[in-house]
Design a protein around this ligand. Structure first.
Ligand SMILES: NC(=O)c1ccc[n+]([C@@H]2O[C@H](COP(=O)([O-])OP(=O)(O)OC[C@H]3O[C@@H](n4cnc5c(N)ncnc54)[C@H](O)[C@@H]3O)[C@@H](O)[C@H]2O)c1
Ligand SMILES: N[C@@H](CCC=O)C(=O)O
Length: 541
């Protein structure tokens, strides 16, 4: 029972720590990284608050040192999915009935724990298990996730305040109910904040969740479960079931209690889930809400008036931060012929100068790609470009997986704008650029629009304001997040709500009110104070 009309504290974005040499935060994080790297842990499933050890084990390794095992992880299958669905069902009534401000308190506490004592733990886990540099971990597993919890809590209060009009003699009310059944959260490897947000956003508004983390991010997933428990999340609200995609996904989607899917990952996996839900439709109680943020082939298009220095820096940061493994990463660029000599002169040495290696060395700009599959995809794209008449390697092109899955930042120059790597998502540190005739700006905007099925992020660089406006208008449907004179990565919760359309997903903007609304089913209640006592209307005489 709520005995007040409460106001959630107004959120402010969590400040990003610098980790400069000599800073206390650097010393503290480096010590935590060292401590965690020296231990090998065991990661159980967590179902209904209980740790479950199946004995079917996988190894969590460091991508930059794949012989180094961080954890043995217990994997689940159909039997554990059944337990998790039951645990979610058991926890549902009490969790949904908990006063909204009590649920909010749990996530505000999680935010404060993460901004404080858990910051080093989650950052170190993300660095070690996903090969992020300290800066990339900080903006993800600390700041973005803290922001998700504080901003979602704030947006939830606003949703609850959304109420209809009432005429004299009645009171109309809107109840923002959680969905009937459970939500299936399926998360990608590349952002700990996404793993920490997809199960919690539906939970915040009263749903219970079965969560399948990515197999290559189980190390940080384990610490997220610990964070939520310490914040006070009751047993059974979020049930973590690691395992291979289909062995978890298929039995979950077969459950008649499935009420929604909160997915982030590749387009093909989401398409497969959507198809399965369609096939099973009659077996569900309602229409499952399908929310999926998927792949991208994000672009930078430069106008002949662009500032070549800003453009070059945006290409380098946008394409190579976190090894290009951001769904938002700049993976195709269109550079006008008038700027090309200057851009090339700066770009080649800048990329050659990028320091790559073990993320425990804080001076590195890049770590390793996530696993052997990704390494193979990048290697194939590089080898293909080396052998092609339609493309050449401008800079980079080296790879070595003897110790870690290392791929040098690589720029492919495509002669033809339809060259494969201008169209396909590679999800790694291999970007492709095409130099276009500076007189063909409008034709190039058409190319940007038509080259790829995705529409996630994109950027225009131009000093000419007419050109900026032209790009904003012409490329309206090419990106859910569009940047003017900035790189296409690094969206901040509360500032640039994130998500794309076309083959990039359902565009439900994680960390915004639009997303929370997908986990709520509103009920309208009309109460009439003095009901009529005669069935006849005045016009009847
Ligand atoms: N649009 C966005 O906001 C966004 C954000 C991050 C990542 N991504 C995309 O994610 C992809 C990279 O992440 P990834 O490699 O982890 O993606 P992925 O599609 O391989 O895996 C995502 C999740 O789906 C699971 N999965 C795979 N098959 C499944 C099945 N049959 N049933 C249920 N679950 C299944 C995986 O185990 C993992 O947990 C890229 O395509 C990237 O663009 C998009
Ligand atoms: N929100 C992140 C991308 C998340 C996807 O990988 C960004 O804007 O760079």
């Amino acid at each position: 029972m709520s005995l007040g009309i409460f106001k959630v504290p107004h959120p402010v974005n969590e400040p990003v720590k610098g980790y400069a040499p000599g800073s206390p935060e650097r010393a503290s994080l480096a010590a935590k990284v060292k401590e965690m790297a020296a231990q090998k842990i065991e990661i159980p499933l967590v179902i209904g608050g209980k740790e479950i050890r199946t004995g079917k084990l996988a190894k969590a390794v460091m991508p930059h040192d794949h012989g180094h095992v961080l954890a043995d992880v217990h994997l689940g299958g159909e039997a554990e999915v059944k337990l998790a669905v039951e645990a979610a069902a058991k926890a549902k009534a009490e969790w949904a009935a908990m006063p909204w401000e009590a649920r909010v308190s749990i996530f505000l506490k999680a935010a404060d724990l993460l901004a404080g004592p858990y910051r080093d733990v989650l950052n170190a886990a993300t660095m070690l298990g996903q090969s992020k540099t300290c800066h990339q971990a900080e903006i993800d597993s600390a700041c973005e996730l803290v922001d998700f919890y504080r901003f979602n809590s704030f947006y939830y209060e606003q949703i609850l305040r959304e109420q209809p009009e009432s005429m004299p003699g009645m009171w109309n009310r809107l109840e923002h109910r959680p969905l009937e059944g459970f939500v299936f959260a399926v998360t990608p490897f590349n952002f700990t904040s996404i793993a920490g947000n997809l199960p919690t956003a539906p939970a915040l508004v009263g749903n219970t969740v079965v969560w399948k983390p990515a197999s290559t991010a189980l190390y940080s997933a384990h610490f997220l479960m610990k964070l939520w428990k310490e914040a006070g999340l009751p047993d059974g609200v979020i049930n973590m079931v690691p395992g291979s995609g289909a062995s978890i996904g298929n039995p979950v989607l077969a459950s008649p209690q499935l009420a929604g899917i909160h997915f982030t990952g590749s387009t093909s996996v989401f398409n497969g889930m959507w198809r399965t839900v369609g096939q099973n439709l009659e077996s569900y109680k309602g229409y499952p809400r399908l929310v999926g943020e998927t792949g991208g082939k994000d672009f930078i298009v430069a106008h002949p008036s662009a500032d070549p220095v800003a453009l070059t820096v945006a290409i380098v940061r946008g394409a190579f931060e976190y090894q290009g493994q951001k769904c938002s990463a700049a993976s195709r660029a269109y550079v006008p012929s008038n700027l090309w000599p200057k851009v090339k002169e700066m770009l080649v040495p800048m990329v050659e100068g990028i320091k790559m290696g073990d993320i425990q060395d804080f001076s590195n700009f890049m770590g390793a790609v996530i696993d052997a599959n990704s390494f193979r995809d990048q290697k194939n794209a590089i080898d293909e470009a080396k052998a092609s008449n339609d493309a050449s390697i401008l800079v980079g092109g080296q790879y070595d997986d003897s110790k870690g899955y290392f791929v040098r930042p690589t720029v492919i120059q495509a002669k033809t704008p339809g060259y494969r790597t201008m169209c396909d998502e590679l999800f790694g540190p291999v970007m492709t650029l095409h130099v276009y005739d500076e007189t063909k700006w409008e034709e190039t905007l058409d190319l940007v629009d038509s080259t790829s099925p995705y529409a996630l992020t994109g950027a225009v660089f131009a000093q000419d304001r007419y050109a900026v406006q032209q790009a904003i208008t012409h490329l309206r449907n090419c990106a859910g997040n569009f940047y003017v004179n900035d790189k296409p990565t690094g969206a901040v919760v509360g500032q640039q709500p994130f998500g794309g359309a076309r083959a990039s997903g359902t565009n439900d903007k994680a960390g915004s009110m639009l997303n929370l609304l997908r986990w709520i089913s509103a009920r309208t209640i009309k109460e009439t104070f003095v009901p009529p006592t005669d069935y006849r209307y005045p016009y009847m005489g």
